[in-house]
Design a protein around this ligand. Structure first.
Ligand SMILES: C=C(O[C@@H]1C=C(C(=O)O)C=C[C@H]1O)C(=O)O
Length: 452
């Protein structure tokens, strides 16, 4: 039943292209008794899937494809905005009158490069899901999307029955690790950082964020749901996400970094840059926090991000406010400098415009942006795929949230690739940056049962 209902229709856009006429699908949304998001994702195994959990505990779990929207190229944000608008404006909603609006879920690649291992992901890839489960302070909502009312009604009932038959998330046996490789290795990393520092001294760039990967081979496929459960247990302060646009190609993580959160005309974003480990005792932890807050190097690294965000927002928004000095954002593995920023969007500015302008901030790219990106391409021995890129959702009212997909991993079959980066400025130390990126791998290593 579910399998038949979840047929895929493709909607690709090309520059200057026209969108095909769509039939008008029906989105049926009703309140329901609590359903565990994991049960829904379990039912959705074998389909495209999406999961989202905010630090406040709201969740979105979705599966199946009513429409898949894919765009590529430097203008992928603009083209996706048009395609999304076209799909969301062509829905008939039914069910509870106070139901949350229909949404699209997905994200973007970091840049325009072909990325090895990311074949299951288009450079901009969103779906209008067949089934969406949302929990928030108002309760639990189940939405289904189908060709007509009768089909929607049948699908709604079928999903409710299926989730009640789904097994509870219990202890899962984790796959055994057979092989682990760090790319680049430590020696090459030091050379990369050294070259970045030389580019900074030569005034080519002022800051650049370099990343490295950890590739793990396991004896059995990694179950992203088991990894998500572990991230949920330990990293509730983060946004926990899973994007699986093609079944079996899963990108997931626990990120603290919001790129754009829009409700009505209110925008929330943040600068997050400058990092140090946690202490083993409260005294040591406080000493490290003080060291970070007083570090001229970290404050400079951070200021680049604040300035870039404020500069972009000036064209998009008014009433922009940012904290005068960074505060601490503390996670179990690491602590960061953090500046919350809010603004009111100008008329006609949508979340897509904000994402298109802000990404990549110097928290994951560098300053100046284009030169830093060129240096990243030159120095990093891999393409980033969706790592450090915008991932999130947008609804039919124009609200939405995109996070920066760091502290993340790609799982395809028995290969898991973890990514972590660090901002390099003139006085960075390659050894310390190796250690810092090591700390940033930790949540995802733990999520698959490796304690480093
Ligand atoms: C690039 C990453 O993290 C970013 C870089 C940081 C830094 O250089 O201090 C801190 C937070 C993030 O904005 C990552 O986790 O991979």
């Amino acid at each position: 039943m579910l399998r038949e209902e979840t047929m895929t229709s493709h909607l690709s856009t090309r520059q200057g292209g026209r969108f095909p006429n769509l039939n008008t699908p029906v989105v049926l949304t009703r309140r329901c008794a609590p359903i565990a998001p994991h049960a829904l994702l379990h039912v959705g195994k074998g389909h495209a899937r999406f999961f989202w959990q905010t630090p406040q505990g709201q969740t979105v779990a979705a599966f199946g494809v009513m429409h898949r929207l894919q765009t590529r190229g430097a203008d992928r944000f603009v083209h996706m905005a048009a395609a999304a608008q076209n799909v969301l404006a062509n829905l008939r909603t039914t069910g509870a009158p106070d139901a949350p609006a229909p949404l699209l879920v997905g994200g973007f690649a970091f840049d325009n490069r072909q990325a090895y291992g990311w074949e299951g992901f288009a450079p901009a890839d969103f779906i209008l899901p067949r089934v969406v489960l949302r929990t928030d302070e108002r309760g639990t909502w189940l939405s289904v999307c189908a060709e007509d009312e009768t089909k929607a009604e049948k699908l709604w009932q079928a999903v409710v029955e299926a989730v009640h038959r789904a097994p509870a998330v219990g202890a899962t046996t984790l796959p055994r690790i057979q092989h682990e490789t760090r790319a680049p290795d430590e020696h090459t990393w030091r050379e990369m950082v050294q070259q970045a520092i030389e580019s900074i001294r030569a005034d080519v760039v002022q800051k650049v964020v370099l990343a490295r990967t950890c590739r793990v081979q396991t004896n059995a496929p990694v179950d992203p749901l088991a990894a998500l459960a572990r991230l949920q247990a330990r990293y509730q302060g983060c946004f926990i996400f899973l994007v699986e646009p093609t079944p079996g190609h899963a990108f997931f993580g626990a990120t603290p970094e919001i790129l754009a959160d829009v409700q009505g005309t209110t925008l929330r974003t943040m600068a997050l840059a400058g990092s140090i480990g946690r202490g083993a005792t409260p005294e040591e932890d406080a000493a490290r926090a003080a060291e970070l807050l007083n570090s001229a190097k970290d404050r400079r690294e951070h200021a680049f991000v604040v300035q870039a965000i404020l500069r972009h927002l000036r064209h998009l928004a008014h009433d922009i406010t940012s904290a005068p000095a960074p505060s601490l954002l503390r996670l179990p593995n690491i602590q960061h400098l953090h500046t919350p920023i809010t603004a009111t969007l100008n008329a006609d500015v949508r979340i897509w415009d904000v994402v298109a302008h802000l990404h990549p901030t110097p928290a994951v790219g560098g300053v100046p942006r284009e030169r830093a990106l060129a240096l990243i391409h030159e120095l990093e021995p891999f393409a980033r795929g969706w790592y450090a890129a915008p991932v999130g959702w947008v609804d039919a009212e124009g609200d939405g949230t995109f996070v920066v997909a760091i502290r993340s991993a790609l799982a395809v079959a028995r290969t898991l690739t973890l990514y972590a980066g660090a901002g390099i400025v003139a006085d960075s130390d390659p050894q310390r940056e190796w250690h810092e990126t090591g700390l940033k791998f930790r949540p995802l290593l733990e999520a698959i049962g490796i304690h480093s």
